[in-house]
Design a protein around this ligand. Structure first.
Ligand SMILES: [Fe+2]
Length: 268
């Protein structure tokens, strides 16, 4: 993503290409991928308006970090495979190098997450937790993103998938870094922290931005790419809503029920 601080006017500084944000205005004016890039960039504005972030500031420290730690585990670990599989599928060697570079810059963040769990004295979520019905929303999102990657049939869609995840991540880590740097006293966090936000902001993205600015695709392809972007944004929106529900109800996710009548009845 274009790595200017989202609250220092980065989005607004882009040239205003369109008068409104209807999808069609981003698809139709010219054939450059830059319109898709602008569409994704502006999604950051919408994401920061999500209730999760509005409620975030006043939430109890004892609930917000553990909810995110338990709630996001499945996605955080899946993300590394998503980056690997997405990069593998590129056909154009120049674009593939860009994807691999981006993957390298985001690699190891799963280990940052495990570090934070240890620092926070939270046991890593086990299978009972990862596959809890309460956390179906985060698994659904991970499967949606992975599904978009697996069915993608061109490199520009794959670039847009990377950019969309980056846009969502930038907003999340901005808010998380602001929160934990003021409240997670005594813990030196790597994943849920300013450390991670700064890593996101330091991606060397000139190549990926240039790929969007300089390449053209057909109207139909731009329409398909923006539909892909929208599905991914919707899936992350559902994650934020799921986390927000838990925060508002001050509830941790419950592990998969071991001794459900159905399981016992079918064990012979
Ligand atoms: Fe990143």
């Amino acid at each position: 993503m274009s790595h200017v601080n989202i609250y220092s006017g980065g989005i607004g500084q882009l040239d205003c290409l369109f008068d409104d944000r209807s999808n069609d205005s981003y698809i139709g004016r010219d054939s450059y991928m830059k319109n898709v890039y602008k569409y994704i960039s502006e999604s950051k504005d919408q994401f920061t308006q999500e209730n999760f972030y509005k409620n975030f500031r006043n939430a109890d420290e004892k609930i917000i970090v553990p909810v995110c730690a338990m709630g996001l585990g499945f996605w955080i670990m899946t993300f590394q495979d998503a980056l690997r599989l997405n990069a593998q599928k590129f056909q154009d060697q120049k674009l593939k190098l860009i994807a691999e570079k981006h993957r390298n810059e985001d690699s190891g963040h799963d280990l940052w997450y495990l570090h934070d769990l240890d620092a926070l004295r939270i046991n890593p979520p086990d299978l009972y937790m990862l596959y809890s019905p309460d956390l179906a929303f985060v698994r659904d999102s991970a499967f949606e993103v992975m599904g978009e990657i697996m069915k993608s049939d061109d490199d520009y869609t794959r670039l847009a998938i990377i950019e969309t995840i980056e846009a969502v991540s930038e907003v999340f880590f901005y808010h998380m870094a602001t929160y934990t740097s003021s409240k997670a006293n005594g813990f030196k966090l790597l994943y849920f922290s300013r450390h991670h936000y700064e890593a996101e902001m330091s991606h060397s993205d000139r190549d990926i931005e240039a790929a969007f600015m300089n390449n053209t695709v057909s109207y139909e392809k731009r329409r398909q790419i923006i539909e892909t972007v929208d599905r991914i944004l919707d899936s992350f929106r559902a994650v934020l809503e799921g986390l927000n529900d838990m925060v508002m109800h001050q509830e941790q996710p419950r592990p998969l029920e071991l001794a459900s009548p159905y399981v016992l009845a079918n064990c012979g």
